[in-house]
Design a binder for this molecule. Structure first.
Ligand SMILES: Nc1ncnc2c1ncn2[C@@H]1O[C@H](COP(=O)(O)OP(=O)(O)OP(=O)(O)O)[C@@H](O)[C@H]1O
Ligand SMILES: [Mg+2]
Length: 522
């Protein structure tokens, strides 16, 4: 059982960030709300005549449709009217009945602002960087990344009264994430968004919905507020000696401080009011579990780590990078950036020896051993294995007691180690992939979007481990905080060149010289 006795009311204008551990049931909850899955008990009511729209996870469902059509289909009622109208006008014989129906439809069409629909859809697409030459292509002619943007436009199209987004930032580049943050800031509908991205949650949320211990609870405030206040409540719980009114005062001071600093977030004033009204008794301690992510390299890397010379790669006729040159030094923790995330995936796949570069070469040092977290691993889970047997595939020692140690560190305990690999949630799969990496005792980490799907506690644990890690890290990431705290070197790769800086991520993004250079490499 995932949860019971859930009674919630979501109000327009608010953005609810749904958080909870991997496997807590967030995706299941959204599926129930969207009507894709039946709940065992209870019901879901929408306001009368309200529209609900969902960011689709199945990226190929609309392959047969044109891009602009796909967006219009996001408003189902309008789309149906358009289809019926077109069918009537296409008839050779136009009966009186058809005439009536057509005028009825025209009226509905106008009511739903149909005349502006196409231009509104086109605007949304353009805002997302899908320019006009793409609007009449078929979906299957688009890259995976472009498809995600079209599906996002589909979900947002026609300002639905209720919007459900399940991990929308996973496949988006940072620029699009920023676009979405700004877009949602002016959105007047009810938005429920599952996300593990701290920065994104803080930027958009008015409320946090916490799914934990079979319960779902709603708190006012953004993620940082929820996190800080629940940590404080936890500390207080441990200091039983403190008097109740002292604890209360401490909490109130915390809320006052926090609402004074809430300037960065959206709807500052209304949030402030909300926090002032907040009953301090409502704050609950957080009892989340942190996985123990421990990488113990067999040995430290020697002086020769990695030399890359003149590497080039194109896909589908598009140059991802060319003349890529760099060598890795001790203690380098590198984030690779690019407007096209396929660049990083291709680079890592080349460096891991899975695919060939078009030009150039690279060599790893003798002392180097690598652990890889690829972007795509779903196929590894499409089998009938228990997670213990799944992990055994990658281990020399296949005794249950040995494997249980790693699974336990990744929070699979008790009977859970017999769970089938193919029913795991998104984040549970990543935890298995991390267990697989831990077994390797490598001194170089290749990580392609490592925080995708992971819950905030796992991200934190991963983050701390990588900060302390004695070997090298090469990664791509959409998580600004993760990059900022782990990496000391940035390599941005474009079709026309590269930028290579030992710099902080925040400095890099704001540096005027870098801004100039970025124009030249794409
Ligand atoms: N058919 C099944 N049999 C047994 N357990 C299942 C089945 N389908 C899903 N589960 C389990 O239900 C739990 C909830 O899954 P769900 O996908 O809702 O999690 P989630 O909160 O969205 O997690 P994540 O953050 O990782 O996406 C998981 O532990 C998952 O393994
Ligand atoms: Mg999920």
């Amino acid at each position: 059982m995932l949860f019971r006795d859930v009674n919630l009311n979501f109000t327009p204008g608010n953005i609810y960030g749904i958080i909870g551990a991997n496997g807590a049931g967030k995706s299941t909850f959204l599926k129930i709300l969207a009507g894709d899955l039946e709940s065992t008990n209870g019901q879901v009511n929408l306001g009368s005549g309200e529209r609900l729209s969902v960011l689709r996870q199945n990226h190929t469902a609309f392959d047969a449709f044109q891009v602009l059509e796909t967006v219009l289909m996001g408003h189902e009622a309008l789309w149906n009217v358009m289809q019926e109208k077109d069918a009537i006008y296409a008839k050779e014989e136009f009966t009186e009945e058809d005439g009536h129906r057509a005028s009825e439809l025209e009226e509905k069409f106008a009511d739903m602002d149909g005349w502006n629909a196409e231009s509104a859809a086109a605007n949304l697409l353009s805002g997302l960087g899908i320019t006009e030459e793409f609007h009449h292509l078929r979906m299957n002619q688009l890259s995976a990344k472009e498809k995600v943007k079209v599906l996002l436009a589909q979900a947002l199209f026609g300002k639905p009264d209720n919007l459900l987004l399940d991990e929308p930032t996973n496949d988006l580049d940072l620029e699009t994430v920023n676009w979405l943050e700004n877009y949602l800031a002016y959105f007047e509908s009810t938005v429920l968004v599952v996300s593990h991205d701290r920065h994104f949650l803080d930027a958009i949320c008015t409320h946090i919905v916490d799914i934990d211990f079979n319960k779902i609870q709603v708190y006012a405030g953004n993620y940082s507020f929820w996190y800080e206040s629940s940590q404080l409540a936890l500390r207080q719980q441990q200091q039983q000696s403190k008097k109740a009114d002292e604890r209360r005062k401490e909490l109130q001071e915390f809320i006052a401080r926090f609402s004074a600093n809430a300037s960065k977030s959206r709807q500052t004033t209304s949030r402030k009011k909300m926090l002032e009204k907040l009953n301090v008794e409502e704050i609950q301690p957080s009892t989340r579990k942190y996985p123990a992510i421990i990488f113990t390299p067999d040995r430290e890397p020697g002086n020769q780590i990695l030399e890359v010379s003149n590497l080039a790669k194109s896909v589908d006729g598009k140059v991802l990078f060319s003349k890529l040159n760099f060598s890795l030094h001790r203690d380098d923790k590198v984030v690779f950036l690019s407007r096209d995330s396929r660049s990083m995936t291709n680079l890592f796949e080349i460096l891991k020896g899975h695919i060939q570069p078009d030009e150039g070469s690279f060599s790893w040092g003798q002392t180097i051993s690598k652990a890889y977290l690829p972007l795509v691993y779903d196929h590894l889970f499409e089998n009938d294995l228990s997670i213990t047997d799944w992990l055994a595939q990658f281990s020399n020692d296949t005794t249950e007691i040995y494997l249980r140690g790693f699974l336990g560190k990744m929070l699979f305990s008790g009977e859970e180690i017999y769970k089938k690999a193919n029913v795991l949630s998104g984040g549970e799969k990543v935890r298995c992939m991390i267990a697989r990496m831990m077994i390797r005792n490598a001194n170089v980490m290749l990580l392609d979007s490592p925080t995708n799907h992971l819950d905030l506690e796992s991200i934190q644990a991963f983050n701390n481990t990588l900060m302390k890690f004695k070997g090298n890290v090469l990664m791509s990431s959409h998580d600004q905080q993760f990059i900022q705290t782990v990496c000391n070197r940035i390599i941005e790769i474009g079709p026309n060149g590269m930028i290579d800086k030992w710099m902080d991520y925040e400095d890099y993004i704001n540096d005027d010289k870098v801004k100039e250079l970025r124009k030249q490499i794409y």
